[in-house]
Every structure is written in structure tokens, then in C-alpha cells.
Design a protein around this ligand. Structure first.
Ligand SMILES: CC(C)(COP(=O)(O)OP(=O)(O)OC[C@H]1O[C@@H](n2cnc3c(N)ncnc32)[C@H](O)[C@@H]1OP(=O)(O)O)[C@@H](O)C(=O)NCCC(=O)NCCS
Length: 179
């Protein structure tokens, strides 16, 4: 089970709460700047974000489930972004990072790198063997980001190495969490 909160360097990671929904919706709406590279970041209504927050809160008591965590920086713990993680997806021992979003003004300052390095350690300690991320082939900044963080193995996505999600080509990158 992913811990509810941890901190590492400049960042604090926290489980999301229903009251945060408007702020999380605003953060994902800012990420519409990269929709041409990654169609996941098309604008969504606040209710859609709210449903995911509620699912995460509801599954918090389960040993394995859907987790949503917010990422904060600085002494004021400003919201810098968030991520979604599905435990034991697609197979037992896997941690599937379905969304990672850093707000535009917090990008390129090491927040994502600090997060993923610490998340890999946290997941390994929780017994997960692999972390996986689906990346759209047009999203070169993200490909650069993930491969530098050890997500260097391309694994089939629904039977194909190059999958199609939301009508766009994508691949799934996997990082081993072992030694
Ligand atoms: C991709 C993302 C998560 C990276 O987070 P971040 O906090 O900006 O990343 P970091 O500052 O730790 O950057 C680490 C490295 O990633 C790569 N990188 C990140 N953004 C990049 C960009 N816009 N162009 C090229 N490389 C980039 C670089 O190698 C960078 O190292 P450098 O700054 O020393 O060159 C973030 O930019 C983001 O949320 N983007 C929009 C949403 C998205 O694409 N999510 C991932 C979907 S799979």
C-alpha cells in the first residue's frame, strides 16, 4: 500500500482530500498546454476530477487500489502537481503511474525527478517489483524525463509495443524497482 504521505528534499507528497478538488482541477486544467503532445490533458469538468479524488479516498483502506497523491513544494506547501497510481496493474507487483502532472510554473526545477526517485524507493519498500508509465510518442519531454529516471524497458501495451490510446500512438515504459 502506498504511504499516505512522505517528504523528500523540496517536496511533500500527500494523499488527496475531497476539499482539494477545485485546486486539483485548476492544476490539471493548466496542463492543457501540452494537449497536442498528450491527449490525456484535454480539459475535463471538475466533477471528473472529483470522482477520481473520491475513488482514491474510498480505496485508501484497501491493501491494493487506486491512489491519487498531491505534490507540494516550499514552506507554504504550494500545490505543484499530482499523480495517479494503480497498484497491481497490469499484474501483481506492478505500480502503474497513469497520470503525472506538474503545473507549468513548477516544471523543469527538479520536482518531477525528486518525486519519481523517492516514489521508486517507496514502492520498492512496499514490495512492488516494477513501476510503469504510458507515454505518448509525441511527448518527447516526457520520454526524456522517464528514460533518465530508469524507465528504459519498453513493454507491450494491450499486445502491441506501440499502442493507441485516445487515437494517438503511445508506449509503456517500465522501471525495475530491484537492485
Ligand atoms: C514531464 C514532467 C512530469 C517532468 O516534470 P518536471 O518537474 O518538469 O521534471 P524535472 O525538472 O525533474 O526534469 C527532469 C528532466 O526531464 C526532462 N525534461 C523535463 N521537461 C522537459 C522539457 N520540457 N523538454 C525537454 N526535456 C524535459 C529533462 O531531461 C529534464 O532534465 P534537465 O532539466 O536537467 O534537462 C512535467 O514536465 C509535466 O508535468 N509535463 C506535463 C504533463 C506530462 O507530460 N506528464 C507526463 C505524462 S507521461
Amino acid at each position: 500500500m502506498l504511504p499516505r504521505a512522505w517528504s523528500e528534499g523540496q517536496i511533500v507528497v500527500r494523499t488527496v482530500e475531497v476539499a482539494q478538488t477545485p485546486a486539483l482541477h485548476a492544476a490539471v486544467t493548466e496542463c492543457v498546454d501540452i494537449v497536442a503532445l498528450d491527449p490525456t490533458f484535454a480539459e475535463v469538468p471538475e466533477s471528473e476530477v472529483g470522482e477520481l479524488v473520491e475513488q482514491s479516498v474510498a480505496e485508501e483502506a484497501q491493501e491494493r487500489g487506486f491512489r491519487m497523491r498531491s505534490i507540494h513544494v516550499g514552506s507554504a506547501e504550494e500545490l505543484a502537481g499530482y499523480f495517479h497510481l494503480m497498484e497491481d496493474v497490469p499484474t501483481a507487483g506492478d505500480a502503474w503511474l497513469s497520470i503525472l502532472a506538474i503545473r507549468p510554473r513548477f516544471r523543469r526545477s527538479g520536482v518531477g525527478t525528486t518525486l519519481i526517485k523517492s516514489l521508486k524507493r517507496v514502492l520498492a519498500a512496499e514490495g512492488f517489483r516494477f513501476a510503469l508509465a504510458r507515454v505518448y510518442l509525441a511527448n518527447i519531454p516526457a520520454l526524456q524525463f522517464w528514460t533518465r529516471l530508469g524507465f528504459t524497458e519498453i513493454v507491450p501495451h494491450r499486445g502491441d509495443y506501440i499502442g493507441q490510446d485516445l487515437g494517438k500512438p503511445c508506449i509503456v515504459l517500465r522501471a525495475s524497482l530491484g537492485e
